[in-house]
Design a protein around this ligand. Structure first.
Ligand code: FPP
Length: 239
């Protein structure tokens, strides 16, 4: 089949799955798989930037993930806090500025422990004016929760008298989501073939690519294969 486009996706979504299965294979503690996952994340960020991807949305922690066993949960909170604190060191803030990277956390951030929230907000505040790259971490995230949160905002606008009920349409609604930006391609690792609530609204027309490797094993070849597959898709948007 001939490629229909010859471009990398502008906005790439990734569901990073399979950290614990990776750990099991290595016979290390399940939660240690997340540390390998965090290392992989750094590689993937630079591969994507080098390839010309302008926006990355990474599904890092769902609302359901708050029910993980306590030891794993505490480990993950420590990992998130340390990773965001590391991004906020003066050297890394300067690097993010020079490279033009804006970092967002999309989700119900208030669910996280105070120290994690604080670390996240510092990085977001320090990078909000950066362009042209956007890195979104979907954390304390759920696609249904996002739609509920947007609905609440729309309802509030109506209640305040700033929005007429008859004026509610897709554009108006989309503006109230955590992000308006729509992913062109969504990759899920670990062989699972489902979306699990990731970007339910924004991903309506995204192409999907399912990769067998667990997230810590995700390779540059896997990324290139996903992009090559994306290039062979005939994106018709229902037309
Ligand atoms: C899914 O694998 C992964 C998670 C729930 C956590 C993701 C965390 C990272 C990739 C660490 C880095 C993130 C940041 C923001 C620094 P799983 O635990 O569900 O694995 P399984 O499917 O094998 O059980």
């Amino acid at each position: 089949m001939e490629p229909t486009t010859n471009a990398v996706p502008k906005h790439l979504g990734i569901i990073m799955d399979g950290n614990r299965r990776f750990a099991k294979r290595l016979m290390i503690k399940p939660w240690q798989g997340h540390e390998w996952g965090a290392k992989k994340l750094k590689d993937v960020l630079s591969w994507c930037r080098d390839l010309g991807v302008k926006e990355l949305t990474l599904y890092a922690f769902s609302i359901e993930n708050f029910d993980r066993p306590k030891q794993e949960f505490d480990y993950l909170m420590g990992l998130f806090r340390d990773e965001f604190r590391d991004l906020y060191t003066p050297e890394n803030v300067t690097k993010l500025q020079q490279e033009g990277v804006r970092v967002n956390v999309l989700g119900r951030i208030g669910m996280f422990p105070a120290d994690v929230q604080d670390a996240m907000r510092k990085v977001m505040d320090a990078t909000q004016k950066n362009a042209p790259y956007v890195v979104n971490f979907a954390m304390a995230y759920g696609g249904r929760a996002e739609i509920i949160d947007a609905t609440r905002k729309v309802a509030q606008l109506v209640k305040d008298g700033t929005l007429d009920v008859d004026k509610i349409n897709e554009d108006v609604f989309q503006k109230q989501l955590y992000t308006e930006s729509e992913p062109d391609l969504i990759i899920r690792t670990s062989g699972e073939q489902r979306i699990s609530g990731f970007m339910l609204w924004q991903g309506s027309y995204a192409e999907l690519f399912f990769c067998k490797n667990n997230w810590p094993d995700f390779s540059k070849e896997d990324l290139l294969e996903a992009i090559a597959s994306y290039n062979h898709r005939d994106r018709r948007f229902g037309k």
